[in-house]
Design a protein around this ligand. Structure first.
Ligand SMILES: C[S@@+](CC[C@H](N)C(=O)[O-])C[C@H]1O[C@@H](n2cnc3c(N)ncnc32)[C@H](O)[C@@H]1O
Length: 212
């Protein structure tokens, strides 16, 4: 049975131009905002795409994901980088002490948290140093057409579409994918008692920097 991660692998292997452009903007943003040798946690790291983006800036990176395939792939990818650690964990229970990280990043994964997003934001805040920053990259209101093209091309089973929220078949695992307007993101971050330092719109996503 194919899971979310198998479908995501297919997307990464045949990246449409729109996603490629978004990921290029993510890479530049991460390399601009994250400081040299900072201690970074990536929540929902998948196979480590964004960890690779960060290597020119810092190698003190921890990636967590709750998917076994993602963990196996990421562990293999960074087997020769002793300061990069990959753990299996859920974003709702981060296995770290309070105030451990200079940056907590969450790239493309925030769309999947559904009704857990406030718990996850609380956890991100908890493990962030008082001076730290959270970076989130997430689908914008302009992503729907591109998302639907991608879902169709990889053949993921869709159970229901509610507005712009896509509910996949339960077998997929993380079976909800959402997109947000800037106003919706501002409301979510404000409700989570996070301050917004920056929200930058790229072609089909928002790149957000938040502080406690
Ligand atoms: C769309 S992929 C993005 C992967 C990677 N960040 C990237 O951009 O290439 C979403 C990833 O988040 C993981 N994920 C989703 N919900 C999660 C949760 N509650 N806890 C941990 N990982 C989660 C999935 O297993 C998957 O690897």
């Amino acid at each position: 049975m194919k899971t979310n991660m198998d479908y995501w692998d297919s997307v990464l292997k045949n990246l449409p131009k729109s996603y490629h452009q978004w990921f290029e903007e993510e890479r530049k943003y991460l390399q601009r905002v994250v400081t040299t040798d900072a201690k970074v946690l990536e929540v929902g790291c998948g196979d480590g795409r964004s960890i690779f983006d960060l290597l020119p800036v810092t190698k003190h990176i921890v990636g967590i994901d709750h998917d076994d395939t993602a963990i196996a792939d990421a562990k293999q990818a960074f087997a020769h980088e002793p300061t990069i650690q990959i753990f299996k964990a859920d974003a709702t229970h981060l296995p770290f002490q309070d105030s451990e990280f200079d940056f907590v990043i969450c790239m493309t994964t925030f769309a999947n948290f559904a009704d857990k997003k406030f718990i996850v934001l609380d956890e991100m805040k908890r493990v962030l140093k008082p001076t730290g920053k959270i970076i989130i990259s997430v689908f914008s209101e302009d992503a729907f057409e591109e998302r639907m093209k991608v879902y169709k091309s990889v053949g993921v089973k869709i159970k229901e579409i509610r507005g712009t929220t896509v509910v996949f078949d339960e077998s997929v695992g993380d079976h909800i994918s959402e997109q947000f307007t800037q106003e919706q993101l501002e409301n979510i971050f404000t409700q989570a008692s996070l301050q917004i330092l920056d929200i930058t719109k790229v072609n089909m996503a928002y790149l957000c920097t938040l502080i406690k």
